[in-house]
Design a protein around this ligand. Structure first.
Ligand code: SF4
Ligand code: SF4
Length: 103
């Protein structure tokens, strides 16, 4: 396996992984799993199978190095976010409680 290509093995190799697990949920091939690194005492991602096609999704969404939200939104939602801070959304609501009596 070539770890010089852009997947999370590069993040782990440079000790940039925070153990957030986001890469596990977004890998389109479902080949990333979290496993304990007994030397470090933390969870880190590893590849379950040697089926990585180096699509770059896991690397590009990883907060361990950098996230380009414009590119990320284009990859996931097919468009840039309407608002840079909020991101993409379908609808936005504000709510509040209208019962002034505490039981
Ligand atoms: S997304 Fe990055 S920081 Fe989060 S678990 Fe995967 S490699 Fe680690
Ligand atoms: S590069 Fe793509 S296929 Fe390979 S582990 Fe990352 S998200 Fe999965």
């Amino acid at each position: 396996m070539n770890i010089d290509n852009d997947n999370i093995l590069k993040i782990v190799r440079y000790d940039l992984c925070t153990g957030c697990g986001t890469c596990v949920s977004l890998c389109p091939k479902g080949i990333i799993e979290m496993a304990i690194n007994k030397n470090k005492g933390i969870y880190e991602p590893q590849l379950k199978e040697d089926k990585c096609n180096y699509c770059g999704v896991c690397y590009n969404i990883c907060p361990g190095h950098d996230v380009d939200f414009g590119v990320l939104n284009s990859q996931i939602f097919g468009k840039k976010p309407a608002d840079a801070l909020i991101g993409n959304y379908t609808n936005c609501y504000i709510g509040h409680a209208n019962d002034f009596h505490v039981n």
